[in-house]
Design a protein around this ligand. Structure first.
Ligand code: SF4
Length: 239
């Protein structure tokens, strides 16, 4: 009898998980379900290159940076967060108010949406590494200025070098344009993979834009599915 109860309990838990997942999809505005959901964490392995041990050293090296005037108004330097050996790196533009207060990227409303977007394609924050082009918040959340980008960008490039991701996903127009060195609109850049120094590079909408504009949710969902598909393909290639 106890065994029957255990099985029943497991079934209820599975239903609850499925219900929660579907509710998240509806909240996100995604009108279909990603069908390759697995309960195990992705196990994609790096094929070559040393294990990056230098990321923490690099953080300590740059955490007190004063190379541009943004250090004067920051509360916290926002290095980035996640798996230092991630095969997927997400890159936004700059910390906002909450990120500046907490010292972590994507922790406000947009960050919560990003977590749900990741969960919708079976990733968690621990699977990926999240960073921004700028490590300090521009006042009033204005767009980063070209001189600030030029000064701070080498830090991001070094992070990419240390992490060696297989895929980069740019969140929003600014990180896409900065890294691809283009002025093309986000609508033209999204929906296909680009090359960034030999790394597959996808562009999609910034979660903050998805919170404001419902019409971007459908194409964002298409981008997420593309991202997951490519990630799984690389995982199979890596054996
Ligand atoms: S934005 Fe970048 S370059 Fe400017 S102070 Fe912060 S870490 Fe240094």
């Amino acid at each position: 009898m106890a065994m029957v109860n255990d099985e029943y309990e497991k079934m209820l838990q599975a239903f609850a998980l499925a219900k929660n997942f579907l509710r998240q999809q509806v909240e996100l505005g995604f009108d279909e379900v990603y069908t390759q959901v697995k309960t195990k964490k992705p196990t994609a392995k790096k094929e070559d290159g040393p294990v990056p041990t230098g990321l923490s050293d690099f953080y300590h090296e740059i955490k007190n940076c004063k190379k541009c005037h943004l250090y004067r108004t920051r509360t916290n330097f926002v290095f980035g967060v996640g798996n230092p050996e991630a095969n997927l790196m997400l890159i936004g533009e700059a910390p906002g108010k909450e990120e500046d207060l907490q010292g972590e990227p994507f922790v406000g409303a947009a960050g919560k949406l990003l977590d749900r977007m990741l969960a919708a394609i079976n990733f968690s924050r621990e699977d990926v590494f999240i960073a921004n082009i700028l490590k300090c918040r521009p006042p009033e959340n204005r767009d980063p200025r070209p001189d600030e980008i030029e000064t701070c960008k080498p830090y991001l490039l070094e992070q990419i070098k240390l992490i060696q991701p297989k895929i980069i996903c740019a969140l929003g127009r600014i990180s896409a344009q900065v890294l691809l060195q283009t002025k093309s609109a986000l609508g033209q850049l999204r929906g296909e993979f680009h090359d960034f120094n030999g790394i597959k590079f996808l562009v999609t909408y910034h979660p903050a834009a998805l919170l404001r504009y419902q019409q971007y949710k459908r194409p964002a969902w298409e981008d997420l599915k593309l991202l997951r598909k490519e990630y799984d393909k690389l995982k199979i290639l890596a054996g």
